[in-house]
Design a protein around this ligand. Structure first.
Ligand code: BES
Ligand code: MN
Ligand code: ZN
Length: 511
């Protein structure tokens, strides 16, 4: 069960299962300090009035974001100082990270109480409630269904009470954050499932199980035969080396309360890469390179998780999510370097490296997306190792053909805390993917602009409409606990896309 978050007032009685009280602390020029607006007491427990900065120093507590210090020796529940970082730069992300650290440090089981200063330190109360909720739920996420000794002890507290107001505003944020976190956890569960248990077939079944309970959402699943009939040559080609049959998933969401922009209900198509295991195919990866390749269906998990949350969030635009799903394996019938595939729109691609498979399956899916005539297409894919080289594991490159769309996604990413960095699609590099025999080849120049070459190839299949591409190869997986991302699948992208969709058509508040 996921941790649950509730909003309380400072006067409420302490519940009997209360194990910890969290007191936020900011870093100032004079060392750690309490923020203004803390109540003198909560639930009958007095809060400190000031902090002795030398005492903090002795305990090496600097109030960095997510730093926690236990004030031992007090009666009753533990009293924990929770760092929010530099007082000038406290934002939603600070609260997400602080809440994650706090629920992990509070103990196993029971309930923790986090105190928020009156006025929410200048943040909108709803955004604060949202942030604390997302941080707490995602920070306490654990994937342990494959452990023999299924730890019945929770790793964190099971409930978080947030002492903040105005009550109804903060509660609205908590509701929103709970939905965002649940969708992200769904994506994480799919990503973390071992690849032999998450084949194209079982991925389709798991997604169907969740989407079938959602209002306004329908799911279509194409099998191998249909995929061939529909001339998805990229997907067929990649799937040839595997004993598992490929699938193409398409989910559609129709809003109950649609918004109209210029007399039309906005319509967004999402596309997600769904390689359930990427061995590299005949261009086989190294043993080490393969260890994390169950993660290669993260894009598909992300777009389907987004669809799973649309009705709960009352998203007011139409949304479709398309995911081409297959293994990339080196079987006897596998596609060979030098082979040429024909994508659904008739364009041909010479396959010189079978490990550059993502762009082949995405090409077909992007063509399908253009046929739906959406206002915008956004694809999400663990596409290139070069993206990890360029930006590491906490930032994803974003590419696009429409500046306004890319702007909107970047704005959504500022809200979600999932960091994006804009990359160019230079026409000068178009010749990197020129092929000797086909319309293009699936690799660029060795050692040069690998993420851009992949994006340039995808662009060939997006028609004339607005398109953006998120290469999440880095942040899709965390190799260690960072903030509210435990080791493993992160669900990166879910919250940014939900921010985009849930505010689509609203006038933007920050320019
Ligand atoms: N799935 C990989 C990209 C990847 C690498 C994701 C590391 C996450 C972590 C993709 O299919 C791939 O293998 N790309 C190749 C392309 C190359 C052969 C042109 C790569 O990046 O090495
Ligand atoms: Mn690959
Ligand atoms: Zn791949």
């Amino acid at each position: 069960m996921a941790l649950s978050v509730k909003v309380t007032t400072s006067a409420e009685h302490a519940p009997p299962d209360l194990v910890a009280v969290g007191v936020p602390v900011v870093a100032t020029g004079n060392g750690p300090a309490l923020p203004e607006g803390l109540p003198p007491s909560v639930s009958g427990f007095a809060l400190p009035e000031t902090l002795d900065s030398r005492w903090c120093e002795r305990h090496r507590f600097k109030a960095k974001v997510g730093e926690v210090l236990d004030l031992y020796g007090l009666e009753g529940p533990g009293r924990l100082l929770v760092g929010l970082g530099d007082e000038e730069s406290v934002d939603e992300e600070s609260w997400r990270r602080a809440a994650a650290s706090f629920v992990r440090a509070s103990g196993a089981g029971g309930r923790a109480l986090l105190v928020v200063p009156q006025g929410c330190m200048g943040l909108a109360p709803a955004d604060l409630g949202d942030a604390v909720t997302v941080g707490a739920i995602l920070g306490s996420y654990r994937f342990d269904s494959y452990r023999s000794k299924r730890d019945s002890n929770p790793s964190t507290v099971e409930r978080l009470d947030v002492c903040a107001g105005p009550l109804d505003e903060v509660e609205g944020g908590v509701r929103r954050g709970t939905i965002f976190a649940a969708a992200t956890s769904f994506a994480r569960d799919l990503v973390n499932t071992p690849p032999s248990d998450l084949t194209p077939l079982s991925l389709a079944a798991k997604i169907n199980e969740v989407l079938s309970h959602k209002e306004g959402v329908t799911l279509q699943v194409w099998d191998e035969e249909r995929i061939a009939d529909e001339r998805l040559g990229g997907l067929v080609g990649v799937s040839r080396g595997s004993n598992e049959s490929p699938r193409l998933l398409r989910a559609d969401y129709t809003p109950k309360n649609p918004v109209e922009v210029n007399g039309r209900i906005p319509y967004i198509a999402l596309v997600g890469k769904g390689i359930t295991f990427d061995s590299g195919g005949l261009s086989l990866k190294t043993a080490e390179g393969m260890t994390t390749m169950k993660t290669d269906m993260s894009g598909a998990a992300v777009v389907m998780a987004v669809l799973s949350a649309c009705s709960d969030l009352d998203v007011r635009v139409r949304v479709s999510a398309i995911a081409p799903v297959t293994e990339n394996m080196p079987g006897g019938s596998a596609i060979k370097p030098g082979d040429v595939v024909t994508i659904r729109n008739g364009k041909t691609i010479e396959v010189l490296n079978t490990d550059a498979e993502g762009r082949l399956v995405l090409a077909d899916a992007l063509v399908l997306a253009t046929e739906l005539l959406p206002d915008a297409i956004v694809d999400v894919a663990t596409l290139t190792g070069a993206a990890v080289v360029a930006l590491g594991t906490e930032i994803a490159p974003i590419f696009g053909t429409d500046a306004a769309l890319v702007d909107q996604i970047c704005m959504a990413s500022k809200r979600s805390g999932e960091k994006l960095w804009r990359m160019p699609l230079p026409d000068e590099y178009q010749d990197h993917i020129d092929s000797e025999v086909a319309d293009m080849k699936n690799v660029g120049k060795p050692g040069q602009a690998g993420s851009i070459a992949a994006a340039l190839l995808l662009r060939e299949f997006t028609g004339d409409g607005a398109w953006a591409h998120l290469d999440i190869a880095g942040p899709a997986r965390s190799s260690e606990l960072v903030g509210y991302n435990p080791k493993g699948g992160t669900g990166f992208g879910v919250r940014t896309l939900l921010e985009l969709l849930s505010r689509y058509g609203e006038p933007s508040d920050d320019g």
